[in-house]
Each structure stands twice: as structure tokens, then as C-alpha cells.
Design a protein around this ligand. Structure first.
Ligand code: PBG
Length: 324
């Protein structure tokens, strides 16, 4: 036999030399949930290994992650109280601005991204303003723009709108430019699907919708061409990085977005994707570490430059080891 593909699979060192897809901590973003209070590290029941942190404890965790090799995080806030207008989200002394200030001051060498959305701050749990039980688009844009500006002023390195309102990237870009933040990048959750895989996150952020669901703004999982259109619009409005979310059930979309636009592309390996592996592993049905590395490698192979994943800190430890 002249051709024997197995020749290149014979040792870990050789496999590492010819490996096509690189997975390293440099591409991983760790999501964190931050809540009011002191000395808080509250386990999230549906996401083993993930916690709601008070700002003081988050600083320690962020140092640990950075020392493990994680270079970026994204923050989600659980405010003191929620209301119909998401006022907790635009407060300059709100939970996320306080966390951003603490991290930028106390943890050097960590890139801090903030999630920009209303659902964490509204009592109805929707990602937009509500009128007559309808999620209204344009009034929401002002709130999103104000929130992004508050995060920027607190020192965020990048803002990431996840609401799926039409025109939000343009509105946020305009507000940031007018506020003196024309250099601050936007990572838009461009193709975000209405997904069952967000279940555990709503537990973590305490943000389940109190009526209806998110299908009037998040995308129908059956649509891929529409995702390309969403990405095209966000890029036209000034998005610097475009995201596909969730990752596993949408790897084809991720691949097409990267192939079509060739722009910096992110994928969010969401709460449900993490928790189902955790649950199977806890039952002894699957090897968590191998499964997680395989999933993250697959997401990179499909076209993601960066991956938002709850495994980031743990994976940074795994990936620092000897060749696989
Ligand atoms: C807020 C937001 C959600 C997630 C990220 N930002 C929840 C949702 O849209 O319902 C999900 C993240 C995850 O499941 O890990 N809009």
C-alpha cells in the first residue's frame, strides 16, 4: 500500500505536528454571573461548577482563571431588583459596572466583555421593552445604547448585545461613537436562535420570561439563510465580531457565516450544551474532559475564532498539558 493515512497517527507528538485545528485557552471566553452582596459564591443548580459571584469573590476567581491561561471573560449581571424598564441595567453603579471596575483595577491582563441585554434586568424576563405583552423594538434600542455606554464608561473592553432587536448594533455604535468610545469593539450575537439549550442559563441569570417565549425576536432554528442576512445586517451596522449561538446544533451556520463573510466569528457553547455533558459525566456515562475538548475542537474546526464556554477556565488547565 502506498497510501497509509495511519502513518501520521502513530504517536502523540506526530499527531500534534499535523493537527489542523488548534484549540488553546487564547480562544476561550469564560462567562461569569455576578450578583450583589459580599463573600457570595452561590452554586447554580443546573450548571455544576458554575456560580453566581459577588464582586469581591469574582476578583479572586478571575485571577485564578487568568493564571490558568484564560484571557477573556463575559459578564452577566443579576441586579438588586428588577422592573419593567430594566433600570438596573443602565445604572452607572449597577452590578455589571461595579464588576467591570473591580476587574479592570485588580486583575491585570484579562479582557472584559459585557453582555448587553434587558432580560437580566426586567421583571418580565424579556430582552426588550414590553407594551401590551408585545416586545417593542425601537424603544428598546435606547435602553440598549444607554447600557452599552454605561459599560464602556466603567471600563469594559468590548460590549456584546444579545437581545436580537433589529438595529441594535447601529444604535449602540452611534451611542458609543458619540460618547467618545469609537475605538470600543462590538461583538454582536448576530445569529441567535430561540433555543431549548438556554434552559440552565435562565436559572443562572434568574431571567426566565414570565409570559410567552423569545420566538418573536430570537431566530427559528430551521433557518440558515436568515442567519446570513442577520450577520450581513450586523456587519453593515458596525459589528466587529459576529456570533452564532448556540454552537453544536448550528455548526453548519457557523461554517457558512465564516465562509461567506470571513470576519472574526464567535460561537457560544451555551449552558445546555455544558450541562448535558456535566449530567452525563456525573452519571459515569461520558468522559467529560474528552467530550468537552472534542466539542470545543469541533466548534473551532467549523469556523469559530473565539468560543464562549463555561469550560474555559477548566479547559485552560487541560490544554496546558502534554500533546494528545
Ligand atoms: C440574554 C442571554 C441569554 C444567553 C446569553 N445571553 C439567554 C436567553 O437569550 O434566553 C444564553 C447563554 C447560555 O444559555 O449559556 N439574552
Amino acid at each position: 500500500m502506498i497510501q497509509r493515512p495511519r502513518r501520521l497517527r502513530s504517536s502523540p507528538l506526530l499527531r500534534a505536528l499535523v493537527r489542523e485545528t488548534e484549540l488553546s485557552a487564547a480562544h476561550l471566553v469564560q462567562p461569569w454571573f455576578v450578583r450583589p452582596g459580599k463573600n457570595q459564591r452561590r452554586p447554580i443548580r443546573s450548571m455544576p461548577g458554575q456560580y453566581q459571584w459577588s464582586v469581591d469573590r469574582l476578583v479572586g476567581e478571575a485571577r485564578r482563571a487568568r493564571d490558568a491561561g484564560v484571557s477573556a471573560c463575559i459578564l452577566f449581571g443579576i441586579p438588586e431588583s428588577k422592573d419593567g424598564a430594566a433600570t438596573g441595567g443602565t445604572d452607572p453603579d449597577g452590578i455589571v459596572p461595579r464588576a467591570v471596575r473591580a476587574l479592570k483595577e485588580k486583575v491585570k491582563g484579562l479582557f472584559v466583555i459585557t453582555d448587553v441585554c434587558l432580560c437580566e434586568y426586567t421583571d418580565h424576563g424579556h430582552c426588550g421593552q414590553v407594551e401590551d405583552r408585545r416586545i417593542v423594538n425601537d424603544p428598546t434600542l435606547e435602553v440598549l445604547a444607554a447600557m452599552a455606554l454605561v459599560h464602556a464608561r466603567a471600563g469594559a473592553d468590548m460590549v456584546a448585545p444579545s437581545d436580537m432587536m433589529d438595529g441594535r448594533v447601529g444604535a449602540i455604535r452611534g451611542a458609543l461613537d458619540a460618547g467618545g468610545f469609537s475605538e470600543l469593539p462590538i461583538m454582536s450575537y448576530a445569529a441567535k436562535y430561540a433555543s431549548a439549550f438556554y434552559g440552565p442559563f435562565r436559572d443562572a441569570a434568574e431571567s426566565p420570561p414570565q409570559f410567552g417565549d423569545r420566538s418573536s425576536y430570537q431566530m427559528d432554528p430551521a433557518n440558515a439563510l436568515e442567519a446570513l442576512r442577520e450577520v450581513e445586517l450586523d456587519l453593515a451596522e458596525g459589528a466587529d465580531i459576529v456570533m452564532v449561538k448556540p454552537a453544536l446544533a448550528f455548526l453548519d451556520v457557523l461554517h457558512r457565516v465564516k465562509a461567506r463573510f470571513g470576519r472574526p466569528t464567535a460561537a457560544y457553547c451555551v449552558s445546555g450544551e455544558y450541562s448535558m455533558v456535566k449530567a452525563a459525566a456525573a452519571n459515569g456515562w461520558i468522559d467529560e474532559r474528552r467530550a468537552a475538548v472534542e466539542i470545543l475542537t469541533g466548534i473551532r474546526r467549523a469556523g469559530a475564532d473565539l468560543i464562549l464556554t463555561y469550560w474555559a477556565t477548566e479547559a485552560a488547565g487541560w490544554l496546558g498539558g502534554k500533546p494528545r
